[in-house]
Design a protein around this ligand. Structure first.
Ligand code: CO8
Length: 392
């Protein structure tokens, strides 16, 4: 009850007119040219395992070391639903001697690679909305892994897009960065502090993935997405009204990356594995599914949306089994591909960009009045829901 009155108070504070109703005007997507199939990935991993095991054969025989077990295509597809992933740097990842992307360092007067892919996605979103960069007031670079500490990638993107006014900043809520960015942008529109906001999610997950870790080497891919959130009165005729947003965080160590600027202050640390993505996948699965399903159902109740009125779910793309369970709990029946589309098979987990790719690729067919849900969840834990209504 208290929460509801806070919400109503906010609406009173900002009476809703078309100038402060937030909508999604358009989205953009940048997909790298190269993709790695499970077969290619597993062949490379197994070659690395054989090489390592033969180098350590004596220690393995004496029981001092454990042999690196082979990975398997069947396991990956069954456990995750992932069949391939796009990457910016394919050959070095597959080379058993390297197993890491190679992205040459660029001079400071050249655009950084994270900003570059973000710009590509943003330009597509602007083009689809018929918008010029000078119409945009703010750029939020919302993603899991930022290339540097400062200057903010968002400010670099703002400059590269040719914006001469406005502001930008970076935000990181891991897999939920896009939905947290959408709510932030929507709040700017509601309060009048901006009228057009680009939320950009460049995700170079390959740089933070331990390609030598059998438990996780198959999970992630690279991509960039962009969402243009605007005031309804300036949006194109076809747009998506933001009906309601909700964010949640709850601390957990089950998905973690200890890479950071203080790493150099403890050179005695020998273990670099935790400076990359690590997780307790089983625990994440078990804890996040009920958390997200409950969050969605509570928000639907608050917004007065019946499950029968929910036309489509664009869920975070981490695991096909998690999405099956969440959709079933929310809809009350097993969702088909039309109700809960997946892009996991081709894109794998692209962190914050996953639900936006699903929305970008699977939303054209919805008609005026259809209601859908963009939902993210992941490290933090963090989760975000964005209910939207198609206006056509
Ligand atoms: N090949 C063959 N066998 C394997 C492999 C493999 N590659 N990997 C593990 N196995 C074995 C295990 O050793 C285990 O064997 P045993 O039973 O003998 O012990 C068996 O298979 C089962 O292993 P698991 O229990 O680990 O397998 P699961 O069924 O749980 O599946 C998953 C693993 C797919 C990881 C699953 O748990 C999952 O998807 N969980 C949810 C994870 C999730 O959603 N995480 C979100 C993280 S994303 C995020 O928040 C963004 C972070 C920022 C991005 C960073 C970019 C890098």
């Amino acid at each position: 009850m208290r929460r509801q009155s806070a919400h109503l108070q906010k609406e009173k504070q900002f009476p809703m007119t078309d100038s402060n109703i937030p909508v999604i005007s358009a989205t953009g997507l940048f997909t790298p040219d190269d993709s790695i199939s499970n077969e290619e990935l597993v062949a490379s991993f197994n070659a690395y395992a054989d090489l390592t095991n033969s180098e350590n054969s004596e220690a393995i025989a004496s029981g001092e070391l454990e042999a690196v077990p082979h990975s398997s295509v069947e396991f990956i597809e069954k456990a995750s639903g992932i069949k391939s992933r796009f990457v910016l740097s394919k050959q070095p990842i597959l080379d058993p001697e390297i197993m890491c992307p190679r992205l040459p360092e660029r001079p400071n007067d050249e655009i950084s690679v994270l900003a570059e892919i973000g710009v590509k996605a943003a330009q597509q979103a602007l083009e689809r909305a018929g918008r010029k960069p000078e119409d945009v007031d703010a750029v939020l670079c919302a993603c899991s892994n930022l290339q540097r500490a400062y200057p903010a990638i968002a400010v670099e993107i703002q400059d590269a897009l040719g914006m001469t006014d406005g502001f930008g900043f970076d935000m990181n809520v891991a897999c939920s960065s896009a939905t947290f960015g959408i709510q932030t942008a929507a709040d700017y529109i509601r309060s009048g502090s901006a009228r057009s906001v680009l939320v950009i999610n460049p995700e170079i997950c390959s740089g933070h993935l331990n390609w030598r870790d059998r438990d996780s080497h198959f999970i992630f891919g690279d991509v960039a997405t962009a969402i243009l959130v605007e005031a309804k009165d300036m949006a194109p005729a076809q747009h998506w009204e933001i009906v309601g947003t909700k964010l949640k965080t709850q601390f957990s160590n089950n998905i973690r990356n200890n890479f950071g600027f203080l790493n150099r202050t403890h050179p005695e640390s020998r273990d670099d594995k935790d400076k990359l993505f690590v997780q307790e996948g089983r625990k994440v699965f078990k804890e996040v599914v009920p958390m997200v399903a409950t969050m969605i159902s509570e928000q639907m109740e608050r917004l007065g949306i019946e499950s029968t009125a929910l036309r489509r779910l664009w869920l975070h793309q981490a695991n096909a089994g998690m999405n099956r369970l969440i959709a079933q709990r929310v809809l009350g029946h097993e969702a088909n591909a039309d109700e809960s589309p997946t892009v996991l098979d081709t894109y794998a987990n692209t962190s914050s960009a996953g639900s936006i790719i699903a929305f970008h690729k699977h939303s054209e067919d919805l008609v005026d009045g259809d209601i859908g849900l963009i939902c993210s969840f992941g490290a933090g834990y963090s989760a975000g829901t964005v209910f939207i209504r198609k206006i056509a």
